[in-house]
Each structure stands twice: as structure tokens, then as C-alpha cells.
Design a protein around this ligand. Structure first.
Ligand SMILES: Cc1ncc(C[n+]2csc(CCOP(=O)(O)OP(=O)(O)O)c2C)c(N)n1
Ligand SMILES: [Mg+2]
Length: 566
């Protein structure tokens, strides 16, 4: 059937889904077409919703997830049943672990057949599979429930701690008819989908008292703080109190990296020696060494601001928990902060400053070197130079060494402009995030990709070219995962094809390809690509011996206890 050919007094599942999405301000869908959602996608497009069709559902899901993080509206990914759903599920799980609001909406096969395992086309109990991997999962079984199903899914994704939500739409429901009036009445416009959650005054007082008692306070800002769009409130509090801060990776730019209170260049010293840490929208997970020694001091007291109370005491005791949304909490902090009440000691600020200068000088020597072939530092310096005058550019970054060096070397000036592998350190987000960011911001995107990382979503270069998005992909081509094959070990588990000409991939789709082997050419290619506002791919040849195993997290590789006992 064609979804448009229905008589005036009747509607159907296809129309109700589109009407419900539009009613709730959803204007973009990312997906891959097929049974049973093809007509749904066509109809959505006819009704003015933008549709981005991908080459793989994981990338469509990643685009939706990052769109959600950038807009505070759930990003929508639509897929076909079983295999398409499973491909999208990785992105849904990744969105959930990163607290990005996203909806994975998948068509599903005939429930009567699926539930009796009678072997339907793309048979799978998708709801059961999805449930452990997302924040909430729902199935709509009747057309008159579509409005409620979408409303619940939207609210679950964006309220409280944001996350991924799965919505199962059976083929039967999509095709089912309903009289138009009943259909209209069944739609739900979600009122205040992410209600603010102001903190309790006593929690605010406890937090400020603890910070006031500190000689050596430190703030750690997570991507939850960036998501909250509390840019002014957070900055005002940190500047009024003078507390030095560290941004987690995707919180870079919440305050500019150049800000004098940034302690990023003295990270270990600052964490290890703080007496009170203000943790805002960041979790004490592996990325912060669980808040434990040796990085952390046992005696450090922690103020934790989080939307989710179950986060407190997750890894160590929290002295001053503050439940609430970051914007409301920092507004309350600002209102309650008396001038001079919180005051880091001069010695603490001086020591952080001294170590920052020392570390920056040490890094400068590495950054200013110009080895041939390029290494991570020199190539990133070339990129940094090209980006220096372009603070609007969104930076996507994945890989191991490419990610770790990239995080340290590429400064961010604006909030929510750095999009990377996140909580899981996952590979494969690159091209999906690039498309999602370009789609919702209309701004240029530069994706800095390890050659292995790029491979996970590389076919989406065609998607980028098809939609003519202003995305420049830079591949750090060191012939492998972490580094190239050693000469005496071809086909090593970490090796990739030597000297691959990745730039020719984009040329196949009409984009601009560059092959660069030195830093001036890299800066020039990137500057040219950004000026063109068109799809480009720069194959940057990096010394295959430059990377280290696992980048900066080598210590997480298991070591054989047996070998150590020898
Ligand atoms: C989905 C997924 N699969 C595998 C990994 C393991 N892994 C971590 S980094 C990485 C690739 C690193 O190589 P590359 O992207 O080329 O970066 P480089 O260190 O060479 O700069 C891989 C495969 C992962 N993090 N995520
Ligand atoms: Mg590599």
C-alpha cells in the first residue's frame, strides 16, 4: 500500500507515527529503509521531516544519539526488524551509557508468529533484546496507542538522566486503520518533557560549606554539565569562587580551554592533591580512576552534583551529594554563595599554575618538532593551526593515540563542540556523529580519525557526499590499530594495509581527497576543505611506529599472573 492513499475520515499507523513525532517537535529522522518502515520514512519526508538515510544502522543511531546530546531533544533512529534493529542497538546502548537522549524506533515482524517462534521474516523478540541495553523499552500493539507510546518514549529519553529508549512498532500496527478523529484524539503532546529539578536548599548549603572549608578545591566538569546548557551558571560560579577546573573530554569548551582557571595541564597533580572536589555531571567511573588511589587521595572530600541520586557513593563515599539538574543547582550555588566564602589558597593556585607552565613547556617541545613522517603531535599541531581561527567547527575524534593526543592538543573554545568516543571508548561513532552534528548545527565538522577507527563507519563517506555535508574527515594513517605492523610480523592482530589511499574513497563519491605527508600540506588541505564547505577527506600519513599500544590506557590490558610468577 501507499501510506498517502487513505480516505479523509480514516488514518493509519504510518500517519499516526508521523503526526505524533511532528506534534512533539521532532524534525529529523536518521535511519536505513526496508520492510516494514519504508512507507513510514517516505511519509515522514512528505510531511516535512528531514530524513538522513545511512549505509548502516549503527551510524544512523550514532547520528541520532549525538543530535540528541546537542539539542536536548531525542534523536530518532529508525530501522527495520531483527538485523537492522540489532545494528542500531549498539548505538542505543552507547547513547544510554553516555546519557544521550535517543529513540531507536524499529519495525518488527508479526507478533503472533514471532512469539511462537514460527519463523517469520526477520523474526526476533526485539523488545526483550533491547530492554537490558537502554533506559526504557516499549512496544505499541494498537494504533490508538501510538501517541502514548511516542510520548512515553520521548519523556523517558530526556527526563532525569537522559538515555536511549527503544520503541517497537509492529508491521501490523503501522498498517492498521483507525478513524481519523479517534486517531487525532489519541496523540499526546508531551508537556515539559525534561522538568527542571532544583536542589534542596540544605544540600546546597552543605555543599557550599564543604567547599568553603577547602584550601585546595577543584571542580571536575563532565559531559552532563555540558549537556545541561548551564554554561553561564557554571562559569559564573567557578569565576566567583576562583576554583580551578578540569573538563572531562566532552566538557572541553564548557569554559574555554584557554581559561586561566583551567587546571587541565596539571591534571594528576590537581586531582591527587585537592582536599575538596566538586564533581558536576561527571561520574566516578574508570575515566576518573573510580575516585581511588593512586590518582586520588583517600582523604579528599567530594561534592557531587548529579541528576541521578543513585550515582552517589557509587565508587567512594560522597560527603555532599546534591541531586538536581546542573542548571538549577549552579543557579542555586550562585544565589547562595557569599563573596569570599569559598577561597582556594594562594599556594594551591600558585602550585597548579607552576605545574601547568612546566607541562605546557614540556609539551611545546614535542609539539613544535617537525619529524618526517609526521607523528601524532605534529599532525595535531597542523590541525590546531588550521582550526585556531574557526571556533565554530565541531570536532569529532576517535581512535586510540589519535583520540588521546587529540584530546590534549586540540583546544576547544565553545561548549559542546567536542564529540568523541565517550564513556566506552567505543570505535565507530565517527561518521555517524559527524553527520548528526552537521545536520543539527549546520556548522562545519572536522572528524579526526584513527585509520582503524575510521573503518568502522567509513562507508558513511557516501552519506556525507550524498547530502553534501560540510564534513572534513582526517585519517591518521599509521597502518594499524595503535601502530603499523612491525617489519618482522606481517598480518599482526593490530596491522592494517600499508599505505592505504583512503582519500580515493571520497573521490569515488565526488568529494575532495587529499593525501598529505607533511604538516604544511595538512594545514593547507584542512584550510581549503573548510573554506569549500564541502565533503573532504584528508589521508594524513603518520609514522607507523609513532603510536603506543592502547594509547594512554595501556595499563588496562590484562597481564598474565602466571608469566609474572616465573
Ligand atoms: C567497537 C570497538 N571495537 C574495538 C575496540 C578496540 N580498539 C580500541 S582503539 C582501537 C583502534 C585504534 O587504532 P586507530 O583508530 O588506528 O588509532 P591509533 O591509535 O592508531 O591512532 C580499537 C580497535 C573499541 N574500542 N571499540
Ligand atoms: Mg591507527
Amino acid at each position: 500500500m501507499s501510506a498517502e492513499e487513505i480516505s479523509g475520515d480514516m488514518t493509519d499507523g504510518f500517519h499516526l507515527v508521523v503526526d505524533a513525532l511532528k506534534l512533539n517537535g521532532i524534525d529529523t529522522i536518521y535511519g536505513v529503509a526496508g520492510i516494514p518502515i519504508t512507507d513510514l520514512l517516505r511519509l515522514a519526508q512528505n510531511e516535512g521531516i528531514r530524513y538522513f538515510g545511512f549505509r548502516h544502522e549503527q551510524s544512523a543511531g550514532n547520528a541520532a544519539a549525538i543530535a540528541g546530546w546537542l539539542t536536548q531533544k531525542p534523536g530518532i533512529c529508525m530501522t527495520v526488524s531483527a538485523p537492522g534493529f540489532l545494528n542500531g542497538l549498539v548505538a542505543l546502548a552507547n547513547a544510554t551509557i553516555n546519557c544521550f537522549p535517543m529513540l531507536l524506533i524499529s519495525g518488527s515482524s508479526d507478533r503472533a508468529i514471532v512469539d511462537l517462534e514460527q519463523g517469520d521474516y526477520e523474526e526476533m523478540d526485539q523488545l526483550a533484546v533491547a530492554r537490558p541495553h537502554c533506559k526504557a523499552a516499549y512496544r505499541v500493539n494498537r494504533p490508538q496507542d501510538i501517541g502514548t507510546g511516542i510520548a512515553r518514549a520521548i519523556r523517558a529519553a530526556v527526563s532525569g538522566r537522559p538515555g536511549g529508549v527503544y520503541l517497537d512498532l509492529t508491521a501490523e500496527v503501522l498498517g492498521a486503520a483507525l478513524d481519523a478523529e479517534t486517531g487525532r484524539k489519541s496523540l499526546v503532546k508531551v508537556v515539559d518533557p525534561a522538568p527542571s529539578s532544583p536542589p534542596a536548599p540544605e544540600a546546597v548549603a552543605r555543599a557550599l560549606d564543604l567547599l568553603a572549608s577547602a584550601q585546595r578545591p577543584l571542580a571536575i566538569l563532565g559531559k552532563g554539565a555540558a549537556y545541561a546548557r548551564a554554561d553561564q551558571e557554571v562559569r559564573a560560579f567557578l569565576e566567583a569562587s576562583g576554583i580551578p577546573f578540569l573538563p572531562m573530554s566532552m566538557a572541553k569548551g564548557l569554559l574555554p580551554d584557554e581559561h586561566p582557571q583551567s587546571a587541565a595541564a596539571a591534571r594528576s597533580y590537581a586531582i591527587g592533591n585537592a582536599d575538596v572536589v566538586l564533581l558536576a555531571g561527571a561520574r566516578l567511573n574508570w575515566l576518573l580512576s573510580h575516585g581511588r588511589p593512586p590518582l586520588w587521595n583517600e582523604g579528599t572530600k567530594i561534592v557531587q552534583v548529579d541528576i541521578s541520586p543513585t550515582e552517589f557513593d557509587s565508587n567512594r563515599a560522597i560527603a555532599a551529594p546534591v541531586v538536581g539538574d546542573i542548571k538549577s543547582v549552579f543557579a542555586a550555588f550562585n544565589a547562595a554563595l557569599k563573596p569570599g566564602k569559598v577561597k582556594p589558597s594562594g599556594a594551591w593556585l600558585d602550585e597548579i599554575g607552576r605545574r601547568k607552565t612546566q607541562n605546557i613547556e614540556r609539551m611545546a617541545a614535542r609539539l613544535n618538532a617537525d619529524p618526517s613522517p609526521m607523528n601524532f603531535s605534529s599532525a595535531l599541531r597542523a590541525i590546531r593551526n588550521a582550526l585556531a581561527t574557526q571556533p565554530d567547527v565541531y570536532v569529532v575524534n576517535e581512535g586510540a593515540n589519535t583520540l588521546d593526543f587529540g584530546r590534549n592538543i586540540i583546544d576547544m573554545d565553545k561548549p559542546r563542540h567536542r564529540l568523541d568516543s565517550g564513556t566506552w571508548g567505543v570505535m565507530g561513532i565517527g561518521m555517524g556523529y559527524a553527520v548528526g552534528a552537521a545536520a543539527v548545527t549546520g556548522k562545519p565538522v572536522v572528524a579526526i580519525e584513527g585509520d582503524s577507527a575510521f573503518g568502522f563507519s567509513g562507508m558513511e563517506i557516501e552519506t556525507i557526499c550524498r547530502y553534501e555535508l560540510p564534513v572534513t574527515t582526517i585519517i591518521f594513517n599509521n597502518n594499524g590499530v595503535y601502530r603499523g605492523d612491525p617489519a618482522d610480523r606481517p598480518y599482526s592482530p593490530t596491522g592494517l594495509l600499508r599505505d592505504a589511499r583512503y582519500e580515493r574513497i571520497i573521490e569515488a563519491f565526488g568529494g575532495a581527497g587529499y593525501h598529505v605527508t607533511d604538516t604544511p600540506s595538512l594545514t593547507k588541505a584542512l584550510t581549503e576543505a573548510l573554506a569549500s564547505k564541502k565533503p573532504a577527506l584528508i589521508n594524513a600519513v603518520i609514522d607507523p611506529t609513532a603510536g603506543t599500544e592502547s594509547g594512554h590506557i595501556q595499563s588496562l590490558n590484562p597481564k598474565s599472573a602466571a608469566a609474572q610468577k616465573k
